[in-house]
Design a binder for this molecule. Structure first.
Ligand SMILES: Nc1nc2c(ncn2[C@@H]2O[C@H](COP(=O)(O)OP(=O)(O)OP(=O)(O)O)[C@@H](O)[C@H]2O)c(=O)[nH]1
Ligand SMILES: [Mg+2]
Length: 210
């Protein structure tokens, strides 16, 4: 057996490109995993946590930080290689109507047409839960796409688990799953690293299906 199997140490993580539209991105080179969710939910922070890099991906305490499709190249100690995409968030009240429309078009275009997309991670705040926008994201992924052979895997994670006490965490996740009508939502925290290995396991499964 490969001694590095299941080793989620990140040996390489680098910025590849940022683009305002799908067509501005480099052609797909590797299987890709995207991170989507409400503005400020913690997408960019979760990426830094997963990649064990403090400041590779830009984060901010004010919503509307990520405004383009941002692509990174990642290699694990196991040899597994991929690209990850940090997406702009939605639901940011301070955006004008036209800005908000163009963000939506950017994300929708990427999600429905990127041929190399193998998994979409949808983030929801553990204190907020799954709302219409997240259901909309799932429906984008269900649309048949002429651009790819296989439907991407959708993985739900609940962020900022550290905002709840240990005793509150499990019941909160249970309530969230019940309200959303789905099972297996993974609690994560970019602050404490909670859920890192579990999320990598899910991502690895999606990547090796390719
Ligand atoms: N306590 C805590 N704070 C977090 C966590 N993840 C993110 N944050 C904070 O939440 C804020 C937003 O984080 P970002 O990672 O920039 O959020 P984003 O989803 O990328 O936001 P946009 O780029 O605007 O869409 C920052 O102040 C982070 O420090 C977490 O797990 N725990
Ligand atoms: Mg961001």
């Amino acid at each position: 057996m490969d001694p590095n199997a299941g080793n989620y140490n990140v040996v390489e993580a680098s910025f590849v490109a940022a683009g305002p539209t799908l067509d501005a991105l480099p052609a797909p080179a590797l299987p890709e995993i995207a991170f989507a969710g409400r503005s400020n939910v913690g997408k960019s922070s979760l990426l830094n946590m997963l990649l064990s890099r403090i400041k590779l991906v830009r984060t901010s305490s004010s919503p509307g930080c990520t405004r383009t499709l941002n692509l990174f190249h990642v290699k694990l100690a196991s040899g597994l290689e991929m690209q990850v995409t940090d997406l702009p968030g939605y639901g940011y009240a301070k955006l004008s109507r036209s800005e908000s429309k163009s963000f939506q078009a950017m994300v929708e275009g990427y999600l429905t047409r990127r041929p190399s997309l193998v998994a979409l991670v949808i983030l929801v705040d553990v204190r907020r839960g799954v709302e219409d926008e997240e259901r909309q994201l799932v429906s984008y992924m269900e649309q048949p796409s002429v651009d790819r052979a296989r439907k991407p895997v959708v993985i739900f994670v609940a962020t900022k688990l550290d905002k709840l006490s240990r005793s509150e965490q499990k019941p909160a996740l249970g309530r969230l799953e019940k309200a959303a009508g789905m099972k297996g939502i993974l609690g994560v925290s970019a602050e404490t690293g909670a859920g890192r290995d579990e999320l990598w396991q899910k991502l690895e499964r999606a990547l090796v299906l390719v």
